[in-house]
Design a protein around this ligand. Sequence first.
Ligand SMILES: *Cc1c(COP(=O)(O)O)cnc(C)c1O
Length: 581
Amino acid sequence: MPEEFTPRIAYFSMEIAVDPHCPTYAGGLGILAGDMLRGAADLGVPIVGVTLLPRKGYFRQRLDAQGQQTELPDDCQAEKFLEPVGADCTLRFDSATVRLRAWRHVMQGLAGHRVPIYFLDTDLPENPDWCRALSDFLYGGDEHYRLCQEVVLGIGGVYLLRALGHHNIRRFHMNEGHSALLTLALLEERIGKPNHTAVTEEDIEAVRQNCIFTTHTPIPAGYDQFSTDLAHQVLGPERTALLEATQCCLGGMLNMTYLGLRFSRYINGVAMHHGEISRGLFPNYPIHAITNGVHAVTWTAPAFQELFDRHIPEWRQDNLYLRYAVGIDLEAIEDAHARAKQILLEEVAKATGVQLESQALTLGFARRAAVYKRADLLFADLEKLRAIRRRAGPLQLIYGGKAHPRDEEGKAVIRKVFQAAAALRDTIPVVYVENYDMRWARLFTSGVDLWLNTPHRPYEASGTSGMKAALNGVPSLSVRDGWWIEGHFEGVTGWAIGYDQDPEDHAVEIASLYDKLERVILPMFYARPKAYAEVMRSCIALNGSFFNTQRMISQYIRDAYIPGMVRGAAPALVRDAGPAS
Ligand SMILES: *Cc1c(COP(=O)(O)O)cnc(C)c1O
């Protein structure tokens, strides 16, 4: 591939979703990373992506009749979706010398700009078996496995960029703490010797100037951390001493969040509220906020793509134009939605054997089956739910989502949804679709009538599936957390569960959830369909036009990448036609 620009920014992420058929991601973090790079390709940003190759994917989910999850390997078919690159490097960790190679995927932007993404691979015959296995699973294995993967991603990623000839990179963006060891590699480049421990504040400052850290975790329990004993074993005594000297090991733990914070000039949370929470958690750091977005073209269903192409053809190049969706007539919105809904119901029927009703209010809920997402909140009172069905009209529910293989509580939540589905069988159809992935996410977020989101506040740093729904005119019924605090206009873009002033209170949230469904949403859906279509249209105009990657990347460029980039700042980021670096 001829490089048509000199990359200036490297974006590191443990997972990056590049293709719906290639399982190189587990959930929202990887989807966001893929959308970020897709958007960057559209905008002509000189950026490269760096991630790990998970040959066996995250996992393929199987659910039995009781909702018991089992996990199967999910071949990512590197040979089919990625191309090998002719560069490699070696690095030492855990007393082994490990050879690393890479595979490339190229994201092509709307105007033809190409953004390469490198997938790091340790599965080479000369490496020891335990080391080859590091390229098997995303988020698999134990702590040792995980730390070794992070060494490969952070340190190996920097080595590989250098081996590929990328010497002009001026910004290293860490998408969450998993890649924070890249700062160690940069520090070692700076001080010249890998085993040098006498690091100065100037050295740290020089690395800081080039690093950007995005945190996605609103609670300390979510931090990625490892015991210093394990760090000692894997990284060796010199590197561990270096990390200790830079105060990234606290209380016997090497904390990747602290490492990212300590070595970054620009730090941000992923929604305004998450920025505030992060400032409370890390009062010693200047923490900004850039609210997430989704790649509009990727997440807009064909029916709505056609509709937008007809009415606002500029929307692909400039997502701000989605604002002019206010001028589209309601019948056209209803019509496009009916087509997206029909496709979803057909796919659900194929996958589950259940034919849902095309006229019934259809709620969607799908995301990782982590306990804090509370997939079972809607089922708190089945009698009440049956009464709502009797009094206000039919409703049906479509669920999806995987629990991490070691998350027993998450798996229990899936079983609870299955139990509720069985109990409600005669009144409210509930289906659970196996193996929720990017393909299903596109069908779900465009084909349901209402997107349900019930996280435990304040655990949802941002959330992005509701943004995908908004692009397709699907309103949210959501707890006021993450992006929804910004996207919510009551009765205009959807509805809130609970009240902002309240402390976290299950009972209040459940009462409010049932109340909104029964008194507001179902009556509007059945008795005032034009009013419902108006809400759908406002979702596109108000939220589709804003919660997209074009707006998000513009903010990263302006606030995080450009400041102080080089003398003369801005021109460095403008795509240049220089020779391959
Ligand atoms: C968008 C997406 C997510 C993230 O959804 P949240 O609402 O942010 O949790 C997870 N998984 C897949 C497959 C997605 O497409």
